[in-house]
Write a protein that binds this ligand. Structure first.
Ligand code: HEM
Length: 477
């Protein structure tokens, strides 16, 4: 991939002085289409950003009608925006357009309100608290596997969504609302589907009664009803169910104040959505990659057989499953569920010598950075081994960032990695997947990156019994 920067729209000034008004980009030196790059981004966002990085270098000027955005593809520029100058930027227009769903939850809120909520929610994600969920994660996966049979054809993505939904339902809302969790999941999936066309989300106002907006409003109403009822019941009972909702209900700010029902609703929906679909995507892409890489699959099986010998994984095993960790790290590199991030400048800033006026968008694409040959040898190949000799420590901080970074970094990263490892270990001990030939597996880049048509595969039961029996002590021993 060529990363050289081509001539900018306005001639570059002598070194040190501000450069041209805009970085190079598809609009340079021509009048272009009235909508700018909106059509191209809508048609193929992954291809579009890859093309920009290859053609224009580390910073590209993009335009959607009269909205200007800078796409940055350099780890230092990204650190500058997400970490060093985070207070100068808000979340981008796509997330803002989805405030009808997320409200003022952690993902979408800003400023002091966000900071207060983040502080309130943080204890619910401490390692010790999350550790208590390990058993739930394994137990719910095993329960799900009871429905599977050798030789059956299933949509793996659909299956992973169900498993992670059940896990988030239990850890967030507790088991007594398992049926509601299903309803919540279905409505959330519909909302995600309706948000797939993100450009449309920005252009068409939420209040306009289009068929899509009406369906969206209905799904939100359904969700709200369930969530508010759960909150009310829990408040009344005063019970500490040991789940995230209990933590949020008990959380107090420094001044002693607690979250209102509306805040609890917004946080619950945000965590429910952020916490189930992303992890399901990670697992789905991982199964797909493993099914195409038999050597890696074999190595994973060997590790599981030697560490677990057929028994269910526990929290203590997570640190021992080194190859499984590398498999997931590599899967998150190639198919990052959060494939891109967006920000909006709320103050003027400067990047790479270019002025970033207030109101300019910033686009960042993990999808492109994670496949950049400057950091990765054979970047398109699935090679879990590349992480074995400390690559993570040698990379610039923002050459690999599936969970974002800076103050807005994913609050659920430890939860997600633990869950992904435990689910992967539980399932891979029992089954491998054989992909159904002819079924197209195509990434769909909406807010998250998921397989557009799912992933169809035949379940093949692994003959583990012999290993299991062999590892058990005999009567004589
Ligand atoms: C593999 C799984 C996951 C991935 C790849 C992922 C990725 C991300 C990324 C990239 C961000 C930053 C967004 C930005 O800067 O604009 C984020 C934020 C967030 N994630 Fe995750 N996430 C995952 C799992 C989870 C889980 C399991 C939870 C909760 C149970 C969660 C809850 C959140 C929340 C609440 C935020 C907003 C944090 C804030 O702004 O304070 N995520 N996630």
């Amino acid at each position: 991939m060529s990363t050289k920067t081509v001539a900018s729209e306005v001639a570059t000034e002598p070194s040190g002085a501000p450069r041209g008004k805009y970085p190079p980009g598809p609009n340079s030196g021509k009048r272009g289409k009235i909508g700018g790059q909106l059509g191209a981004v809508r048609r193929d966002p992954l291809g579009f950003f890859t093309h920009c990085a290859r053609t224009y270098g580390d910073i590209t000027a993009i335009r959607y009608f009269n909205f200007r955005s800078f796409y940055i593809n350099n780890p230092e520029y990204i650190e500058d925006v997400l970490v060093n100058n985070a207070r100068k930027f808000h979340k981008g227009p796509v997330l803002q357009a989805n405030k009808g769903v997320f409200g003022e939850g952690l993902l979408t809120s800003e400023g002091n309100f966000w900071l207060r909520q983040r502080r309130l929610a943080q204890p619910a994600f401490h390692r010790a608290r999350i550790a208590a969920y390990a058993e739930t994660m394994v137990g719910y996966t095993e329960r799900h596997l009871e429905m599977w049979h050798d030789g059956e054809e299933r949509d793996i993505h659909e299956e992973m969504l169900r498993v992670t939904l059940q896990i988030v339902g239990k850890t967030l809302f507790d088991a007594d609302v398992a049926r509601d969790a299903q309803e919540v999941g279905k409505s959330l999936e519909l909302l995600l589907e309706l948000s797939a066309d993100f450009a449309r989300d920005i252009l068409i106002p939420r209040w306009l009664p289009t068929p899509k907006n009406i369906r969206k409003a209905r799904a939100i109403k359904k969700l709200d009803k369930i969530i508010y009822r759960i909150i009310e019941e829990r408040r009344k009972s005063g019970r500490d169910a040991g789940d995230l909702l209990s933590m949020l209900l008990a959380a107090r700010d420094e001044d002693g104040s607690r979250m209102t029902d509306k805040q609890l609703r917004d946080e619950s929906i945000t965590l429910f959505l952020a916490g189930h679909e992303t992890t399901a995507n990670t697992l789905s892409w991982t199964w797909w990659l493993l099914a195409q890489n038999p050597a890696a699959e074999k190595k994973l099986h060997a590790e599981l057989d030697s560490v677990l010998g057929g028994r269910a994984p526990t929290l203590e095993d997570v640190a021992k499953l080194k190859y499984a960790e590398n498999v997931l790290t590599e899967s998150l590199r190639l198919y990052p569920p959060a494939w891109g991030l967006a920000r909006l400048a709320i103050e003027e800033h400067e990047i790479a010598g270019y002025k970033v006026p207030k109101g300019t968008g910033i686009s960042i694409a993990q999808w492109v950075m994670h496949r950049d040959p400057r950091w990765y040898e054979a970047p398109e190949e699935f090679r879990p081994e590349r992480w074995e000799d400390g690559l993570a420590k040698r990379l610039p901080r923002f050459a690999y960032f599936p969970f974002g970074g800076g103050p807005r970094q994913c609050i659920g990263n430890t939860f997600a990695l633990m869950e992904a490892t435990l689910v992967l270990a539980t399932i891979a001990q029992r089954y491998r997947f054989r992909l159904v030939e002819g079924h197209p597996v195509v990434p769909l880049a909406s807010i998250t990156l998921r397989p557009r048509h799912g992933i169809r595969a035949v379940l093949e039961a692994r003959r583990l019994k012999s290993i299991h029996m062999a590892s058990l002590p005999t009567e004589e021993s």
